[in-house]
Write a protein that binds this ligand. Structure first.
Ligand code: NI
Length: 266
């Protein structure tokens, strides 16, 4: 089962690099010999039954993942859960879903129009988590979504793929602190998400996170091809709980700011 999990994330990583070439460069910059371990991988979806969070999670649960926490993001109108594997060297997975019914009728109609195009069997296919965008969307509709929800627009353009991978700072040989990682990444010429400060969270909440700003890559909309923000790379340092074990959950206030790494204007 561990081999299957590794294979799944290899596919997801390769698909992610196609539109996030900077992640490969940052990976090499931090690596001192196979010490770059993924803390977590993040997914986005819509809460429409056909493609909701549980449909994505099913692909992980059959490989031994278990649900471990839930999160609410009221301003962004999102709900999320995180999943962990018994083999702690496998990445945690954070899946959020957009609460579609809380948006305008116009936005809801566009989102339903996209999801309706997706073949039902695509959702249960082995490659669903790296299947990309299997619907047509116009640039006009993308912009209508963008005006109400950056998240909805990103989903419409990119579909099913990792939104980000995350380097576990705890496992790095050459970096003890998130400050040290951030400096190395910036010195390498990569921009960090500075919404709410470069470092989200602190020792008190047991988790510090930072992230690059998303790369840009071309998307073939139904009417034209446009370069828009794709995916980003995150860095996480975890602190031990009273029992000595590292905290494995997420901090909603920090994740709320990390979501903004795919905003068009930093
Ligand atoms: Ni994350």
């Amino acid at each position: 089962m561990t081999t299957q999990v590794t294979q799944l994330f290899n596919h997801i990583w390769q698909q992610y690099l196609e539109v996030t070439p900077s992640a490969d460069k940052v990976h090499q910059l931090l690596d001192s010999g196979n010490d770059v371990i993924n803390d977590h991988v993040a997914y986005r979806t819509f809460n429409i039954e056909k493609v909701n969070l549980e449909k994505l999670a099913a692909h992980l649960i059959k490989l031994g993942y278990k649900e471990c926490g839930e999160y609410h993001f009221e301003a962004k109108k999102l709900y999320a859960k995180h999943f962990e594997h018994a083999d702690s060297t496998q990445p945690k997975v954070f899946i959020s879903e957009l609460l579609v019914e809380e948006f305008s009728p116009e936005v809801q109609a566009i989102i339903h129009k996209l999801v309706d195009q997706l073949p039902t069997e695509a959702v249960t296919a082995d490659n669903f988590l790296y299947s990309g965008k299997q619907w047509d969307v116009s640039f006009e509709d993308y912009k209508t979504l963008l005006a109400e929800s950056e998240y909805a627009a990103w989903m419409a353009a990119w579909g099913y793929r990792a939104n980000h991978f995350t380097v576990s700072i705890n496992h790095l040989e050459n970096h003890e602190t998130i400050e040290s990682v951030n400096e190395a990444v910036k010195a390498g010429g990569f921009a960090l998400n500075s919404v709410g400060g470069e470092i989200k969270g602190d020792k008190a909440v047991k988790l510090e996170q930072s992230s690059t700003m998303a790369d840009k890559a071309p998307v073939a909309f139904s009417d034209k091809t446009v370069e828009i923000p794709s995916c980003f790379y995150e860095f996480a340092k975890r602190y031990p709980l009273a029992n000595g074990e590292l905290y494995t959950g997420f901090v909603a206030a920090s994740a709320d700011k990390i979501f903004e790494s795919t905003n068009a204007a930093a």
